[in-house]
Design a protein around this ligand. Structure first.
Ligand code: ATP
Ligand code: MG
Length: 416
């Protein structure tokens, strides 16, 4: 549950403290819960502060009349404080899970019961911001100190309840540079095929978060060694040994660059043979957007073309490739296996840049039609040939462009 990117006054932590304080004054228990407690203890800036409380949704509404329920999540209220959205969830214990996804029912509970339904010990702690006290039933603080991802309760049971927790374990282990505790790891290995039953949206979201994170190659390593990558993607790796494309992608990536990380992952798995097929498979398996699917496909295609064609192309061909949307991602991934060629391409592009990699066309279809050229198969060939001449610096004005178009038209063998 991530709130919108809304940002309020003061700190989010301050806003959440004030909410907890008000709930406590009204006679309820109220704590920071889950990820924000973990992040605070790690000295990291928490992304969002969630509150867990003994107050029922009606109680919360009484204290904060403007609070409203959060869509599909039973017992979760959204309270705005100083402009910050804070989720306030009533303690709950969850009933049996029959679809390995959402519990069949939830009911009001104590904080200890609330902690027992959470996934990992480091995610199962509470912080009382008023009394300044940590509430930790499962040894989360110690596991945090020992860098361990450990399931709360019996790992096998907890993974069976929700197979997505296997991916969450990997995501947290990679993100924090932790190990997965032996019992939890064993349970993941036993249940790895269970991911098949999880919705692709949820799987896709976990994978996206792993791959946008700077520790993406650690995450991919876990996915491979735990046998989860094959479950997630529906096919085995054909070359994990040479894995370093993901390593070459540095830092955290914006969402718009997801395709770059996907392409790196595909290359690490030795899967760049058929970009179209691969991208449409992954789109289905990971519920990629069309933009991400196209990006993945194009990066792999461009990389292949750079490798095969670059050395044989002239100025126009270089400029056309260099101005493609995913060129830089493709070039940089090419550099993992062939840094000499990638560097050569980079300096060539820099030298071409001053004369324009993708200048506006001197001659377009409309002008050509107006001049009486009949639409037909040669029409676009002529337009492209004229643009090549422009990119090569052979023509500089619309008049020269038209002159060249007429010349080509008169010599059918010269277009192409
Ligand atoms: P992040 O910083 O990535 O958001 P987080 O720990 O806050 O990490 P969320 O997915 O926001 O993760 O969930 C908030 C809390 O809810 C978790 O810390 C954990 O206690 C609990 N939780 C979330 N998903 C699950 C799950 N699938 N099973 C059990 N508990 C979960
Ligand atoms: Mg969170």
């Amino acid at each position: 549950m991530e709130p919108e990117a809304a940002r309020g006054r003061g700190s989010a932590e301050r806003a959440a403290s004030e909410i907890a304080n008000r709930l406590q004054q009204a006679g309820h228990k109220a704590f920071f819960a889950g990820g924000c407690v973990r992040d605070r203890l790690l000295g990291l800036k928490a992304e969002d502060f969630d509150i867990a409380t003994s107050a029922t949704p009606e109680d919360v509404q009484n204290v904060f009349p403007k609070a409203r329920g959060v869509g599909e999540f039973f017992g979760v209220m959204l309270v705005y404080k100083n402009g910050w959205p804070v989720q306030v969830a009533t303690f709950r214990k969850e009933g049996p899970y029959t679809d390995h996804r959402r519990p069949d029912h939830v009911s009001e509970a104590t904080v200890e019961e609330d902690s027992a339904r959470r996934d990992f010990t480091i995610n199962g702690m509470y912080w009382d911001p008023v009394g300044e006290q940590l509430v930790d039933f499962h040894g989360g603080e110690q596991d945090l100190a020992e860098n361990l991802i450990r399931a709360i309760g019996r790992p096998v049971d907890r993974l069976e309840e929700d197979h997505l927790r296997m991916l969450r374990a990997v995501r947290f282990a990679a993100r924090f540079g932790f190990q997965i505790e032996a019992g939890t790891e064993k349970a993941i290995l036993e249940h790895r095929l269970g991911l098949a039953g999880i919705s692709k949206e949820r799987i896709g979201e976990e994978i996206r978060r792993m791959l946008l994170n700077p520790n993406r190659s650690i995450a991919a390593g876990f996915l491979e060694s735990l046998g989860l990558a094959e479950s997630v993607l529906g096919h085995a790796s054909s070359g994990w040994d040479n894995a370093n494309h993901l390593d070459s992608v540095n830092g955290s990536l914006p969402r718009s660059q997801y395709a770059t990380a996907l392409a790196a992952w595909a290359l690490d798995r030795g899967l760049d043979v058929q970009p179209d097929v691969l991208a449409s498979n992954w789109r289905e398996q990971l519920m990629l957007s069309n933009v991400d699917r196209d990006g993945l496909r194009d990066i792999l295609k461009i990389k292949g073309r750079l490798k095969r064609e670059w050395n044989d192309l002239g100025v126009a061909g270089h400029k056309r490739l260099a101005s493609l949307a995913w060129f830089e991602s493709a070039r940089s991934l090419l550099g993992v296996a062939d840094s000499k060629l990638a560097d050569q391409i980079a300096s060539r592009v820099e030298s071409l840049r001053p004369s324009g990699l993708a200048p506006p066309r001197l001659l377009g279809g409309a002008v050509l039609l107006e001049a009486g050229f009949p639409p037909g198969p040669r029409f676009s060939d002529i337009i492209e040939a004229v643009y090549d001449a422009q990119l090569e610096g052979q023509i500089h004005t619309p008049e020269e462009a038209m002159g060249l178009a007429k010349e080509i038209w008169g010599n059918p063998d010269s277009a192409n």
